[in-house]
Design a protein around this ligand. Structure first.
Ligand code: GUN
Length: 293
């Protein structure tokens, strides 16, 4: 029997812990975690993600603020907002939703967020701490941290002897995911668009993590029988079966066929997605605790 991981249920248990920690922090230090979410432009998917993040922050008892900036926002105006948020003692976490509309350059903006407020874990200080094995001193990128919760619930804390393949090499996901797997003693391969015979590489994986943004790219014959498959993709595709002009969300993994080969698999939606938001809340409460000392 294949186990389909219920990401909403796992996320709910993380959120429960975050809410409890928030109550304690407010009671003992008079501090409410403050999360600022910044979105620029009109991308509907980004707006949907950001409103889920802001809503969850409120539900957790945070002081949450959302800054919605127009498509034609300048680099200077965005940098100035980040500067203001950096200086605001009531704000413990800053998230600038990516991708930014052209011609904005995201890298200097991300690097200008104070490392202790970088709840996305994208600042080079946090990325560097993770890369050098300091897993507890910085803030870890939310989606890989969430995916890792699934991996550890399935395989335990120590992945010694297990082969893990991560498809995708982004700073936001692939690289930190590979680092977390390596820190847990897995033997890690990072596959990407230039990898030769990617299907064969994936078939060697006890733990296969897909984050490429290509709808249902991973097929059943890419999956080792009994593997754990974590699908990080969220792709909107046409769904004519639901009616004209309708669409649906699918992952990077062809779910139905891969579920027949895998032992454990995450669905889309309802897998990694809810965990990303839960780990963002966890990072914010961690940042607030550190500030409160
Ligand atoms: N866009 C898609 N995922 C993310 C994320 O985890 N953080 C940010 N800032 N932008 C995203």
């Amino acid at each position: 029997m294949t186990t389909v991981i219920d990401g909403r249920e796992v996320a709910a248990s993380v959120i429960g812990a975050v809410k409890a920690a928030t109550v304690v922090l407010e009671h003992e230090a008079g501090v409410k975690p403050g999360l600022a979410v910044v979105i620029v432009g009109n991308d509907p998917a980004s707006h949907a993600y950001v409103s889920s993040k802001s809503k969850m922050a409120k539900e957790c008892g945070f002081a949450s603020v959302q800054h919605t900036l127009p498509e034609d926002t300048t680099q200077e105006a965005l940098a100035a907002l980040v500067g203001t948020l950096n200086a605001d003692p009531a704000i413990h976490g800053i998230l600038v939703q990516l991708p930014l509309p052209k011609p904005l350059n995201s890298e200097p903006i991300i690097q200008s967020i104070l490392p202790e407020k970088d709840v996305d874990g994208l600042n080079i200080v946090n990325a560097g701490k993770l890369a050098t094995g300091d897993l507890d001193g910085g803030l870890v990128s939310c989606t890989p941290a969430g995916a890792m919760v699934f991996v550890k619930r399935t395989h335990g804390e120590d992945l010694s002897g297990l082969n893990a393949v991560v498809i995708g090499r982004s700073n936001l996901f692939g690289k930190p995911m590979a680092t977390l797997l390596l820190a847990a003693n897995a033997t890690v391969t990072v596959a990407h668009s230039r990898t030769k015979d990617i299907a064969a590489v994936c078939r060697g994986a006890d733990i296969l993590v897909a984050a490429v943004g290509r709808p249902e790219m991973v097929k059943a014959d890419w999956v080792k029988p009994g593997a754990t498959v974590i699908d990080v993709g969220i792709n909107r595709v046409p769904a004519p079966e639901k009616g004209e002009g309708k669409s649906k969300l699918v992952g990077d993994v062809a779910f139905a066929e891969c579920a027949e080969v895998a032992a454990v698999i995450t669905p889309v939606p309802g897998g990694v997605g809810p965990m990303t938001i839960a780990m963002l809340m966890a990072n914010t409460v961690i940042a607030a605790y550190r500030k409160a000392g």
